[in-house]
Ligand binder design. Structure first.
Ligand code: MV4
Length: 457
């Protein structure tokens, strides 16, 4: 078993990792930047080491700072959390070379799935459905035109090195595609240092459904069903739920089997997530794989009862995954709201200030994952996630009604939060009827802002 883990992250996920380590008797060292000296994770950990100034490039994104902190404090493992270096193969390799167990898959696997062209090819070869489009990397605009002629417009150019929607471009016809190609290539080159692109049919009014997997280093893997993350705005998820209201037992089994074939074909080890787009007919298409623990993992934990971060630590320790697929049930329904320090009335502008008073919601069926406390001032250098409120109940309606109660109960003063918009979302008829798609939140936001403006006059 791992004895002492460096937490190479901050905020709520650093707290989540410290808690999981404590329950396993693993000592913790939290790496913190100068902006996070007063953070909750620093308080809860056994030890804490300052790794540099506030800018991420000089702290949470600095492998030498993190690795020296781990070595100096005698750690034998490193948990990267999400974001920052969590999907960086060089960092994983440096950890391994320094005899530190990286709590995640191998650098090789991260390289493979970090490349969307290779990820797509790998999954397709394993029999996982992918979106119609290019085989490999696009050689030229002519090749893009030829493929588009076969699959039909609209099409989407995606940077192979991208992910999370960065640098994607839609083309509705040949003219647009010819224009978009060099721009997408230059943009990808500038953003990621690599200009290679792939082309896919652009699917509209789709849902984002992702499958959670767990795989140990002895060749045993299971899936834990899906999450529905269709409630997003500009690639920022606002609310996630499990199970998906559009996935039944038969579809779940097919998607889960596909996901397992995919990860078994690459010898995947760790928790992981396969992202799919799903159309209104229930067809699903793999788009990318995340090789880290995700922000929204708690909804899966609440419906399956499986502690995903604990299993990450056990698997990295070389333990066997003792859960069998047939034991995994998605009982009940869970919903998560990401509470961000952002003003939904002003286009989700990041909000600043000291949290004067904080009262998290509680009671039956409510979980709060947060690093917040009264008197805390969230640093401006990092993302604005303040808390994740997770509610669960027998049905989707139960979980959503409980979320309404929890959001009303939650008090955060001194700083604007996304709560007012999330209250509107959970009572929106289209969302309640689960008829939303990945573009719906943007539509609802317009309506909501207009209504608020009208209410003021
Ligand atoms: C797509 C797509 C439509 N068609 N691919 C955005 C994030 C990245 N993971 C992939 N994304 C998309 N890929 C094809 N072929 C639409 C999106 C997309 C999206 C996907 C999931 C959740 C929200 C989204 C919002 C806009 C676009």
């Amino acid at each position: 078993m791992l004895k002492k883990v460096l937490v190479a992250n901050r905020g709520e996920i650093a707290v989540r990792i410290v808690r999981a380590c404590q329950e396993l008797g693993i000592k913790t060292v939290v790496a913190f930047s100068e902006a996070d000296r007063d953070s909750l994770a620093v308080r809860l950990a056994d030890e804490a080491v300052c790794i540099g100034p506030p800018p991420p490039a000089r702290s949470y994104l600095s492998p030498p700072a993190l690795i020296s902190a781990a070595i100096i404090t005698g750690c034998d493992g490193v948990h990267p959390g999400y974001g920052f270096l969590s999907e960086n193969p060089y960092f994983a390799e440096m950890c391994t070379d320094c005899k530190l167990q990286f709590i995640g898959p191998t650098a090789e696997t991260m390289r493979l799935m970090g490349d969307k062209v290779l990820g797509r090819q790998t999954m397709r070869a394993a029999g996982v459905p992918t979106v119609p489009g290019s085989e490999g990397e696009l050689k030229s605009a002519e090749e893009a035109l030829e493929i588009a002629r076969q699959i039909g417009y609209p099409v989407l150019l995606k940077p192979s090195a991208g992910g999370g929607g960065r640098g994607m471009r839609v083309a509705n016809d040949e003219n647009e595609l010819v224009r978009a190609f060099p721009m997408a290539r230059a943009e990808a080159e500038a953003a990621f240092g690599r200009g290679d692109l792939l082309l896919e049919k652009y699917l509209v009014k789709v849902r984002h459904v992702e499958i959670q997997v767990l795989a140990d280093s002895h060749g045993h893997a299971i899936h834990l069903g899906e999450r529905d993350c269709s409630a997003q705005r500009r690639h920022q998820k606002i609310l996630e739920e499990a199970p998906s209201p559009v996935v039944g037992p038969e579809l779940r089994e097919r998607m889960g089997r596909d996901a397992l074939r995919g990860i078994n074909s690459i010898g995947y080890v760790n928790a992981g997530t396969l992202e799919f787009l799903m159309d209104q007919a229930g067809n699903y298409y793999f788009i990318e794989m995340n090789t880290r623990i995700q922000v929204e993992h708690p909804v899966t934990e609440q419906v399956t009862g499986v502690d995903l971060v604990r299993w990450q630590l056990l698997i990295a320790s070389g333990e066997r995954l003792t859960l069998q697929q047939k034991e995994i049930r998605m009982a009940r329904h869970a919903v998560e709201c990401r509470i961000n320090a952002e003003d939904p009335e002003r286009d989700f502008l990041p909000a600043a200030g000291e949290v004067e008073f904080y009262l998290p919601p509680g009671g039956l069926g409510v979980r709060v994952d947060s690093h917040l406390y009264a008197g805390y001032t969230p640093p401006r250098n990092y993302d604005s996630l303040l808390a994740k409120i997770i509610t669960f109940g027998e049905s989707r309606d139960d979980a959503l009604n409980r979320m309404r109660r929890a959001l009303h109960e939650c008090i955060i003063t001194g700083i604007k939060t996304t709560i007012p918009f999330q209250l509107a979302l959970i009572d929106d008829p289209t969302f309640r009827a689960a008829q939303h798609h990945t573009g719906y939140v943007a539509e609802l936001l317009h309506k909501w802002k207009d209504e608020r403006a009208a209410a003021l006059v």
